[in-house]
Design a protein around this ligand. Structure first.
Ligand code: ZN
Length: 486
């Protein structure tokens, strides 16, 4: 069907040019021929485009080569709120006097930031150099997927996406950084695919949480905080165990690199190192909550904040999550595929992000039933941070409470937050905590559908000035307001 359309269009172009040459007097024919530039047809001016995540942003619908030479068109995505720096996204090559109808799109993913902003697709050719011969000009309103029905018949609940921003970085010397130096950027490679799976296979389906990145194309390379001259390890290796502060140093370098390259964009730093040294068999690290947020137990410093974390509703502030980060080893070291079809990298990143949403180690169940169930206000008593029995001494590794639920399999008795990140399940109590914490992470967008407030209206500048005494809102991306809902 598509082939027929293309052929039909090619014939049409040829036919029109034949008609033209028959009608146009010889004197003007030379100049008309000189102006017969290749073209790409798209929007007529700025066009609003409403999409839900997963939808595609159309390329120009028609490419037309009216010249007598073969033309190669290059399609470029300009810098945007959604995708980061400009980049070429494809080419179309057309023989002389032919055209093509295109149905290509730029896809959006769970990691594409929600919001409103312009998206410009520009087309150039090898015949016309820097001149833009076609352009799509969209004002994209990227919305969350439709809500998911959760809960029970008696207690139905519609759950919408909460999108938590992250900032990817690669330490110099890591496989991901390749030969790039600090200050440069590299493609996110497998790390982006891992993030995609973390969203699509684990966090979104179970908790309607996804992690977004402001650039899916160019991620900053940062310096090794302890270069080989200092730690005698290889470039890109970090020591993350015990009292080492290298993980925190790498986090700070990642934050700074993003501030330099993509100012104003926030998010949990995710640092890709080469590997870890002197750190046991650790594959990833992340900070948990301050001890004061733990429920009162023999953990020193616990219980100071009552049920701010270990209760519903969650009552935290952005200060409580200010240490957020994930530092993990190169993707190529995490390629083992489990029975669930997911790589170690996917489970590892999902697990560390769980710690950033203040989920402690455990099976996710209130095994001894000393707290309130998910969905009901009041104290929550489960897992490492929120059960008063805390961990088994003297190693302090496994939860006392979890001993009541012997491991049978992932589906019935464990969770993503077990110490080995060997399962992918998120339990209702974990989902409740994670969603409560997600909302206080700076930059998190609540995708709940509500009457839209504050979108720029299509009103002219002079008219806006006359009516309101101020210029219209800028075209800067507008983020939907976050509403606290528990
Ligand atoms: Zn862990």
């Amino acid at each position: 069907m598509k082939k027929q359309l293309i052929i039909a269009f090619a014939i049409c172009v040829l036919f029109l040019s034949a008609c033209d040459s028959a009608k146009v007097p010889p004197a003007t024919r030379a100049s008309a021929a000189a102006e017969a530039l290749p073209s790409a047809t798209c929007t007529a001016g700025l066009t609003r485009l409403d999409l839900r995540i997963g939808g595609g942003i159309p390329w120009p619908s028609i490419f037309s080569n009216t010249t007598s030479s073969t033309v190669r068109f290059t399609v470029r995505l300009a810098k945007s709120w959604f995708f980061g720096p400009a980049r070429d996204i494809g080419t179309v090559t057309l023989p002389p006097h032919t055209g093509r109808i295109s149905s290509s799109v730029v896809l959006t993913f769970l990691h594409t930031p929600l919001g409103v902003g312009t998206v410009v697709i520009e087309v150039r050719t090898d015949r016309t150099g820097a001149k833009i011969i076609g352009r799509c000009d969209y004002q994209l309103h990227l919305l969350a997927p439709l809500s998911v029905e959760v809960g029970t018949v008696l207690r139905p609940e519609k759950r919408w996406l909460y999108q938590v921003p992250v900032r990817l970085c690669a330490v110099e010397g890591s496989e991901l950084a390749g030969v790039a130096k600090p200050g440069q950027t590299v493609l996110p490679g497998q790390l982006l695919k891992t993030l995609e799976d973390v969203n699509a296979k684990i966090w979104y389906p179970q908790a309607q949480i996804a992690f977004s990145t402001a650039t899916d194309y160019a991620i900053p390379v940062i310096a090794d905080p302890s270069p080989p001259s200092v730690d005698h390890a290889r470039l890109g290796d970090l020591e993350v165990g015990g009292p080492s502060i290298e993980a925190a140093e790498a986090r700070d370098l990642c934050r700074q690199a993003w501030q330099d390259r993509f100012p104003g964009r926030v998010g949990i730093p995710i640092v890709n190192a080469r590997t870890f040294v002197f750190s046991g068999d650790t594959l990833g690290v992340s900070p948990g909550p301050a001890a004061g947020l733990y429920v009162h137990s023999r953990r020193s410093g616990s219980g100071l904040r009552g049920d701010d974390l270990c209760g519903s509703p969650v009552r935290l502030t952005p200060d409580d999550v200010s240490a957020s980060m994930v530092v993990m080893v190169d993707q190529s070291r995490l390629t083992l595929v489990g029975v669930d079809g997911l790589t170690t990298a996917v489970r590892e990143l999902a697990h560390e992000l769980g710690h950033n949403l203040f989920l402690g180690h455990g099976n996710g169940f209130d095994d001894d039933g000393n707290g309130r169930p998910a969905g009901i206000r009041g104290p929550k008593r489960y897992d490492e941070y929120c059960d008063p029995a805390w961990l088994i001494p003297p190693q302090n590794l496994d939860n006392v409470e979890d001993q009541a639920t012997p491991f049978v399999n992932c589906a019935t008795s464990s969770s993503l937050m077990n110490r080995f990140a060997s399962c992918t399940e998120l339990r209702p109590l974990q989902v409740e905590t994670a969603r409560g914490v997600a909302l206080v992470i700076p930059g998190t967008v609540n995708g709940t559908e509500s009457p839209v407030v504050g979108f720029a209206s299509p009103i002219s500048r002079s008219r806006h000035l006359r009516r309101f005494g101020t210029p219209p809102p800028s075209r800067e991306p507008h983020i939907m307001p976050i509403r606290m809902r528990h």
